[in-house]
Each structure stands twice: as structure tokens, then as C-alpha cells.
Design a protein around this ligand. Structure first.
Ligand SMILES: N[C@@H](CCC(=O)N[C@@H](CS)C(=O)NCC(=O)O)C(=O)O
Length: 221
């Protein structure tokens, strides 16, 4: 029997984009179900992710998998024969890739949320922390084409969706990521040359519109 794969997602979600990129890398066909979170959560989302009630959720033959990094690992393990593994083979390198992906969630996401948020007192510290986190990631990239070395891998999948949010962050914080982290921007452009990435990521203009919508909703300027 053919696999039935469904992705519950929100178009502008950086976490959902990770699942989309990983599925595209592996050439997995799936049904995309947009959860318009502003309009409320669907009964299916609440049933499939009763703990966090968040997207993305991957439903594979009826079994739900939540949390974007866990989803990417799951996709990598299940569709092994489709393309080179996203996670490295060596346990130390796997741990290293997971460490930096976790860093993206703790530092980059958190700083971006603050810098594009509505609390003026948090915006400046968010901007400072965002640039500092990207500089650390740029150091981790070094002179490699990808975080996975020569091959596009797990940390590339974890970070590249944030690139679609950069214009919104830059406009909110009045700065240029490229001025601070030119090598990281070259990396992002390299990733965008992959069809699996370019066809899976959101349009940055729509992301920016979403940020403006949130600002208006929660009372920012
Ligand atoms: N750690 C989660 C974060 C997921 C997340 O924050 N999803 C957001 C959309 S970007 C969501 O569903 N928000 C609705 C809510 O939290 O109620 C992951 O990596 O999947």
C-alpha cells in the first residue's frame, strides 16, 4: 500500500517550511493542508497535536509526528533510499548538527520574535541578539558551501526558512543582515538555488505582511 502523507502547516511558518524542504529533498509526495491559525485551529490539528496544538504536524499513514526538527529527522529516517541522508553518519557530527539546530530555535527564533514584536523595550535587545546569533552561525559555516559540509543537510534545513523572514526582521530593526554576515547570505542564496528549497519556502513579502498583521493585532506601530 502506498504511503499516505499529510502535512498540517501554515504557509508563513518557518517550522512548517522545514518539513516542506525535507519532504521535497526526499521527493516525497504529500497532501498539504493549510491551517489558517488566525482563523482558529482545526479539529484535526487539535486531534493530531493535542499537547502543543501547533503546526507543523506530519501525518504518516495516520500517525502524527510533531515538532519540526523531529519531523525532519523522521523524514530522513523513513525515506532513506531517496537521497543522501540529511543527518551525518557519525554520531558526533549528528550531535553537533542537532546542537546547532537547537541553537537556531533557542536563539535565532527568540531574538527574531523580539525584534519584530510590539514591545519597544525588547526590540533593541532582540536585534543585537539576532545579529550575534547569526554571526555565531556564520562562524560555524566557515568556508563550507553548506552547514553539512559539501552536502546540504540537517542544519541547512533547520535554518534556511528563517531567510524568508530576514526582510521583515531587517525592516523592523532597520539593519542589513548582509552587512553583518555576508557569508551567511551567500549560503542562503546557494540554498535558494536548490529547487527543494525555492519551491518550499514562503514569499518574503507575504511573511512581511503577516508580521505587519501581527503588529497591528497586538498593538505595535
Ligand atoms: N517547536 C515547534 C514550534 C512550532 C510553532 O511555533 N508553530 C506555530 C506556527 S509558526 C504555531 O503553531 N502557533 C500557534 C500556537 O502556538 O498556538 C516546532 O519546531 O515545530
Amino acid at each position: 500500500m502506498a504511503d499516505k502523507v499529510v502535512l498540517l502547516d501554515d504557509y508563513v511558518s518557518m517550522f512548517g517550511m522545514r518539513a516542506r524542504v525535507a519532504l521535497a529533498e526526499k521527493g516525497v509526495e504529500y497532501e498539504y493542508r493549510e491551517e489558517s491559525l488566525q482563523a482558529g485551529k482545526s479539529p484535526l490539528l487539535l486531534q493530531m497535536n493535542p499537547v502543543h496544538k501547533q503546526v507543523p504536524v506530519l501525518i504518516h499513514n495516520g500517525n502524527p509526528i510533531s515538532e519540526s526538527l523531529i519531523i525532519v529527522e523522521y523524514i530522513d529516517e523513513v525515506w532513506k533510499d531517496k537521497c543522501p541522508d540529511l543527518l551525518p553518519a557519525h554520531p558526533y557530527q549528528r550531535a553537533h548538527a542537532r546542537f546547532w539546530a537547537d541553537f537556531v530555535d533557542r536563539k535565532v527564533y527568540d531574538a527574531g520574535r523580539r525584534l519584530s514584536g510590539t514591545k519597544v523595550e525588547e526590540q533593541e535587545s532582540g536585534k543585537k541578539d539576532f545579529i550575534a546569533a547569526l554571526k555565531l552561525l556564520e562562524g560555524e559555516l566557515g568556508d563550507n558551501p553548506y552547514f553539512g559540509g559539501e552536502n546540504f543537510g540537517f542544519l541547512d534545513v533547520a535554518l534556511i526558512p528563517f531567510y524568508t523572514w530576514f526582510p521583515a526582521f531587517e525592516t523592523c530593526g532597520n539593519f542589513s543582515t548582509e552587512e553583518h554576515c555576508p557569508k551567511l547570505i551567500s549560503w542562503a542564496r546557494r540554498c535558494m538555488e536548490r529547487e527543494s528549497v525555492s519551491k518550499s519556502l514562503a514569499d518574503p513579502k507575504k511573511v512581511y505582511d503577516f508580521v505587519l498583521f501581527l503588529k497591528k493585532k497586538y498593538g505595535g506601530q
